[in-house]
Design a protein around this ligand. Structure first.
Ligand code: IMP
Length: 426
């Protein structure tokens, strides 16, 4: 059976966790394929909020396998904290959670290196979540990394020591003030490694291949968003993995010919956390309202998110790079009460009107060109059927569909599982 993908189309925080949770009952396996604890996937059900960082968002459903793929980077300490939270809620993950032996491990010194690298950049910093993501992927591509499978091998601590010592030398090379106690960090790390070892490690590409042959349904859950992709995002203000559809192939071992539906998720407006260009960013009351009403604070770092109007130039680009087949629009409810809504349909790029995403979208080169639409005043959060949605909301959604030429099949009108409206059955 083909593997379906669910991906964020903006700068992350689109609400992937919620939709994976809503979709999980239709799938046998939910698989994460990239990123790590820089992600914060928020799920709300039965009046309770749950935030997952590395564990796939299908974990709260019985009978669903949750797989952490080879493309993911795992911080054992954060992973253990996630497991502790699941224990508190009596979630039985021992049988349903499995980890690829080829996933790379974030060492305590990777986190320190991240901090040192960011501190050394001054104003040019990426605005990283400081979870050690960049340095871990650097060690992966530099062929120095430590993988989950290594911790089953006799000599892995020797490998660990050599790498951690090298990292310490690199930290001092940065010549920035980073205070740390490696003994303490290591003691926490090795305890967490023991917890990790109590879980099922698998040869995940083989597992996924067999599951496909057996006709099992699989949903690959993306982290971050397409505009943070290491190749296609707003480099260098990006994360260090391929967040786009191709990343699911390399991060799980799924052949491109075996990809089925590609669900693309976007917010009805745009947010970004961390540094980097953002053509439709608002610095006025409208942006402040979006942030306040939308509770736009990072689920991992708590940082306020920058807010702005929807950018269709960037969204169209993300749809193309990912081959999106269905769109899901999140947080439409946050726009209730705006008299007029703006949507960026083109850019003024150095004096020329363009409709594709150019190499550089810094504000000195790009000015957004907007189309205005009428807003709606009704509160959408109690609505459960497409027939209840106001006309102006439907006009907004239809405008986006026509511009993007992809159906918007689901709209989300609040954080709870229940606040999800199917617009079109495909
Ligand atoms: P890193 O991946 O932690 O190094 O962060 C690189 C950039 O990606 C920073 O701008 C982060 O704010 C952003 N970023 C990383 N993960 C997420 C996420 O899950 N949601 C939103 N932004 C993210």
């Amino acid at each position: 059976m083909a593997v379906d993908l669910l991906l964020g189309l903006q700068w992350g925080d689109e609400g992937k966790g919620k939709i994976v949770d809503v979709f999980t009952s239709k799938y046998d396996i939910i698989a994460r394929f990239q990123g790590g604890p820089n992600a914060g996937h928020t799920l709300v059900f039965n009046g309770r909020k749950h935030v997952l960082h590395t564990i796939p968002s299908g974990i709260f459903h019985d009978n669903t396998i949750n797989l952490v793929g080879n493309g993911v980077v795992i911080d054992p300490v954060i992973f253990k904290k996630e497991l502790d939270k699941l224990d508190e809620q009596n979630v039985d993950y021992k049988k349903s959670l499995c980890i690829s032996r080829k996933a790379h491990i974030i060492l305590p010194t990777h986190r320190l290196l991240d901090a040192a690298s960011e501190a050394s950049k001054g104003k040019a910093k990426i605005g990283s979540t400081l979870k050690g993501i960049g340095p871990t992927y650097m060690d992966k591509t530099g062929r120095n990394g430590i993988r989950v499978g290594d911790i089953e091998m006799a000599d892995w601590k020797k490998k660990y020591r050599a790498l951690a010592d090298k990292h310490e030398a690199m930290i001092s090379f940065y010549n920035v003030d980073i205070e740390y106690n490696l003994n303490e960090l290591e003691s926490e790390f090795f305890k967490a490694i023991d917890t990790l070892k109590s879980l099922q490690f698998i040869d995940s590409e083989d597992y996924i291949h067999k599951a496909q042959v057996e006709g099992k349904s699989i949903l690959a859950e993306g982290a971050q968003g397409s505009l943070l992709d290491i190749d296609f995002g707003t480099y260098p203000y990006v994360t260090s993995s391929n967040t786009t559809a191709a990343g699911a192939c390399t991060g799980l071992g799924v052949a491109p010919s075996k990809i089925g539906d590609v669900f693309g998720i976007f917010k009805a407006y745009t947010t970004r956390v961390g540094s980097g260009p953002f053509p439709t960013e608002l610095f006025d009351e409208d942006g402040e309202t979006m942030g306040r009403v939308g509770h736009e604070f990072g689920a991992t770092t708590g940082r306020p998110r920058r807010c702005g109007w929807l950018d269709l130039v960037a969204l169209r680009y993300a749809c193309q790079v990912n081959g999106v087949t269905q769109l899901i629009m999140m947080k439409g409810d946050v726009l209730s009460g705006f008299e007029r809504l703006k949507v960026c349909t083109a850019y003024d790029y150095k004096g020329k009107t363009i409709s594709h995403l150019p190499y550089n979208i810094e504000s000195e080169n790009v000015k957004p060109i907007y189309t205005e639409l009428k807003g709606w005043s009704a509160d959408l959060t109690e609505m459960t059927k497409a027939s209840e949605l106001p006309q102006e909301f439907n006009d907004y959604v239809t405008f986006l569909e026509n511009e993007l030429e992809i159906p918007i099949t689901i709209v989300s009108v609040g954080p709870d599982r229940k606040q999800t409206i199917i617009r079109k059955e495909v």
